[in-house]
Each structure stands twice: as C-alpha cells, then as structure tokens.
Design a protein around this ligand. Structure first.
Ligand code: ADP
Ligand code: MG
Length: 360
C-alpha cells in the first residue's frame, strides 16, 4: 500500500482478556479517504479493535499509527478519531441539538457559541435531521437516533470515524437506506469510515476495502470483488456465506468429494481440504442428463426469493444443504419438485479449492 496515502496502521496489535486473545497480533493498514468494512462473526474482536484504535483500550503489545504518528500512548480525546457506538449512547435528557453539541461544549478546545450553533446545524442537516433540533431523544425513531449518534461524531470533524455495527438495530428497509446514506456522507466529507459488521452482505455492499476478522486476526483484506472471487481460506469462504463448501481429499491436481473426482487447476494451501463453489455458479440438471464435470445427486427442498435472485435449497445424500442461486436477469425461475432428485453441477474452473498439499 502507498505509504503516503495511509491513514492508520496497526502493527502487531494484541489485547488479552484473561485467557481470551481478543486481538492476536493484528497487522492492518488503511488508506485515506475510503470506506472500510471489517467483517467478523460475533466474538471475533471487532469491538476490541475499534476500542484500541479509538484509545479507549490500550494494546498489551503492538503499536497504533494514525496520520503518520504513533498514537499508542495518546489519550482518546486527543486523537481526533470519532466513534459511533453500537447502542447509540445518546444522552436521554438532552435534545437532539444538545446531544450533537455536547462534544464541542465539553472538548479540550473552547469553541465560540456561534461556531457551535453553525456546526451543530450543519451536522444535523448532513444526516438528514434538519428541523428536529429541539426534539427529545424519546421523540425520535431508532433510525433517527442512529443519525443523531452519527451527527454527534461528525460535528467534531474527525479524520477517521469508527462505526460499531451501526445498522444492527435497524430494520431491513432502513438498513438499506442508511447504507447508501453512510456512503454518501463519507464521500462528501472526504474522511475514512471504518465500519464493523457481522453481516457479509453489508460488508461487501459498503466497503471499498473489506477486511475479514477471525479470532482476533485479520485473515484477509482487499476490495469486495477480490474477497468474493478469491477468499484466501476456507474460513473466509465460510463467513462470506456465498459458497457451498465440501469436505474431501485434495491432491495437487484433483479433488475427490461427494460430487466425484474432478480436476482442479489450482489448489490453495490451507490447513484442511475444502472445495468451495459459489451459490450462483451451481447449475441444476435433471437426473439422467449427460454431465461432463462434477455431479452431485441432491433432493430439492425449497426456494427463497431474494429480490433480484432466487435461492434454491437442495439436500445432498449426506444431509448437507447445497444452495444454487439463480439471478432473475438470466431468466425466469424454475419449478423444481419438492422431494425430487436432481443433479447439481458447475464449471470446475470456477471452484476454489483449498488443500494441505496446495501451493502457497
Ligand atoms: P465482537 O465485537 O467481534 O463481537 P469483542 O471485541 O467484543 O468481539 O470480543 C472479543 C473477545 O474478547 C470475546 O471473546 C469477548 O468475550 C472478549 N472480551 C471483550 N471485551 C472484554 C472485556 N472487557 N473483558 C473480558 N473479555 C472481553
Ligand atoms: Mg462487538
């Protein structure tokens, strides 16, 4: 990564709580002025990582760099890093205006009243809440509370904004709208957002860069399509929730799984042998069709509409659920018969194969 363009960097950051290594030697560098999503399952260390970057928590070892400066020992309120908390953490007895003004009134630098007023109005306008300045926090919806929490952070003009599962408490419709708005707000301000989420859909939709966290380690980072097209390990493929994963035996050039023995052009080195094929690469054939490649006998179970695509669920002989996603732009949905057997297949060149014998 271009050093000039880096906004923050974590160097071997570790944080232990009793026996738990919440952060386990994290190395990560983020470039300036982009939207970064950090994807990880619950307990993977997402909140701990944000708290260390913000300065609410000190790492046991490792260094934190921000805008070219080692800030590991700089107190939180002097870092110029914003934090939007998971539960919003608004002051219930203060109005929207006063919630947003709080940091300016109580900061280390004295800010003149007229500047406070203009910055607060600007921040409230930015998040789409103009007109609600005098409302109490009990008189606004969950989505509006989320916006107040964001305005309260933005009013401090941070260079880096940390957002801890900011959309987790919102319903699905609102979540979609806020995704678009958060991206737009970030672009307007030219700052960096680091958005933590447990949702792979959200992470891939929002991040210019997506980093995947597992058990206190960043196990992959890249742009959405790099992560989606080439997960670096079976664990990343698992978290992305878009791949059927099969156990089996990989050699240098083949994989033997429940779909037969197939040639595999590339085997990536991993701690176990796993064959991954994306849901939207799986094709459904009738029993008896001549199929040249992998062939998995599976029973049709159910389907689910996802808006622009439909997901078909099958059950393989070993009881495992196998998913086939059909984009409706490629044609009408099919009527498969529940309980009937079909053959699932795919182009083996599109599989991602991991193996202990694989190349690096
Ligand atoms: P996430 O936000 O991804 O769910 P956290 O960073 O909250 O994960 O937690 C990572 C691990 O560290 C978990 O096992 C959690 O129980 C543990 N942990 C986090 N904070 C503390 C704490 N203050 N005391 C003890 N254990 C903690
Ligand atoms: Mg958390």
């Amino acid at each position: 990564m271009n050093q000039m363009n880096s906004i923050f960097r974590l160097e071997g950051v570790s944080r232990q709580y009793g026996d738990v290594a919440a952060l386990d030697g994290i190395n990560f560098e983020a470039s300036n002025n982009e939207y970064i999503s950090l994807l990880g399952p619950s307990g993977s260390g997402k909140t701990s990582l944000l708290r260390v970057i913000a300065g609410f928590e000190k790492p046991d070892s490792g260094r934190v760099w921000f805008e070219g400066r080692d800030i590991t020992d700089v107190p939180a309120h002097e870092r110029g890093i914003g934090f939007v908390f998971q539960n919003f953490a608004l002051f219930p007895h203060l109005t929207v205006f006063e919630n947003v003004a709080f940091g300016l009134r109580n900061g280390i630098k004295e800010v003149p009243q007229d500047e406070i007023t203009s910055r607060v109005f600007e921040a409230i306008e930015m998040v789409g809440l103009a007109g609600l300045e005098d409302r109490g926090t009990e008189q606004i919806s969950g989505g509006q509370k989320q916006r107040v929490a964001l305005a309260r952070t933005l009013v401090m003009q941070p260079r880096l904004v940390l957002l801890d599962e900011p959309l987790g408490a919102l319903d699905a419709n609102l979540r979609d709208r806020m995704q678009t708005e958060l991206r737009a707000i970030r672009e307007k301000l030219d700052v960096t957002f680091l958005h933590v989420t447990g949702s792979e859909t959200e992470a891939l939709a929002m991040g210019d860069t997506v980093a995947v966290l597992d058990a206190g380690k960043v196990i992959q980072s890249g742009n959405s399509s790099e992560i989606y097209d080439a997960p670096a390990s079976p664990d990343v493929a698992l978290f992305l929730n878009r791949f059927n994963l099969f156990d089996g035996v990989a050699t240098g050039t083949t994989f033997r799984g429940p779909f037969g023995q197939v040639a595999t052009p590339v085997v990536r080195k991993a701690s176990r042998d796993v064959y991954a094929i994306r849901y939207d690469r799986v094709q459904v054939f009738n029993m008896g069709d001549a199929i040249p490649g992998p062939a998995l006998d599976a029973r049709y179970v159910a389907s689910e509409y996802l808006g622009s695509s439909i997901m078909y669920f099958f059950e393989a002989a070993d009881g495992k659920t196998v998913e086939a996603e059909h984009h409706l732009s490629f044609g009408d949905p099919q009527d498969y018969k529940v309980g009937q057997h079909y053959v699932l297949s795919w182009d083996p060149a599109q599989a991602i194969v991991f193996g202990q014998e694989g190349a690096e």
